[in-house]
Structures are given as structure tokens and as C-alpha cells.
Design a protein around this ligand. Structure first.
Ligand SMILES: [Zn+2]
Length: 131
């Protein structure tokens, strides 16, 4: 396995405000691709909010500095991608398999406590500032 700075796998301390912010972006306009040879977290930021693109990249690097991050300009929005399979450790999965993921998270108390703290922070902050 390649080295990782995944907070879930290494139990290291990480930046909780950055994580809550990123979780908000992910739940709003993000997804995780997790295939045998393709793993990344993508966040999409509308061009109308250029500050968000920087914020998203900064938040990714604060939570996991090690993976490479790429930006791609698309039609009307920018995509920020962070290449590691470990985002699945940090974020609930969308779509099919979600229930399965929940059962798997039930065996991992760390992920549950992170998700709980993050949702409390989200209730206060929702998706964070836009500018
Ligand atoms: Zn991990």
C-alpha cells in the first residue's frame, strides 16, 4: 500500500474546520470515484464563486496534504480533484452501496465520531462562505 496521511487510517490529528468545510462542499457539489484503478475526490465549483476553488483545494490539502491535487477548468465550473482512495475513509459515499458503507462504518468508531462532529459543524455553517 502506498504511504498515506489519511487521518482515519493513521489516527493523526487533522484540521476539523477544514474537514467540515470540505464535507459541506462534497455533499453539495462533490463526489468520490472509487474503482480498482481510479480513486479520487472531486469538488465542482461554479465560476461564479472563484474563491471557492481555492478554498476547496486549501481544505483538501489541510485534511490530507500528501495526495496530488489537480484542477480542471470545465464549462462554467472548475473541478478540483485529490487523488487518493482514502477520501472514502473520511466521507460517506453517495449512491448505490451507501447502506453497505453505513454498516461498514458501524464497525469503525472513529469514522462515526468524525461524521457526527462534522454534521454538528455543518448545522452551524451549512456549506460555508461563498465569495
Ligand atoms: Zn484511509
Amino acid at each position: 500500500m502506498p504511504p498515506t496521511d489519511c487521518p482515519s487510517c493513521t489516527s493523526r490529528a487533522f484540521n476539523h474546520p477544514a474537514y467540515s468545510y470540505l464535507l459541506g462542499l462534497y455533499l453539495g457539489d462533490g463526489h468520490i470515484v472509487s474503482k480498482p484503478k481510479q480513486h479520487h475526490l472531486s469538488i465542482f465549483c461554479a465560476d461564479a464563486w472563484p474563491g471557492l476553488i481555492d478554498e476547496a483545494e486549501t481544505a483538501m490539502r489541510k485534511v490530507m496534504p500528501l495526495p496530488s491535487v489537480q484542477r480542471r477548468q470545465k464549462n462554467g465550473c472548475a473541478e478540483v480533484k485529490s487523488y487518493t482512495k482514502h477520501w472514502t475513509c473520511m466521507f460517506p459515499q453517495h449512491g448505490p452501496g451507501k447502506k453497505h458503507g453505513r454498516v461498514a462504518r458501524g464497525s469503525d468508531p472513529f469514522n462515526i465520531s468524525v461524521a457526527r462532529r462534522a454534521s454538528v459543524a455543518l448545522m452551524d455553517k451549512h456549506v460555508g462562505p461563498k465569495y
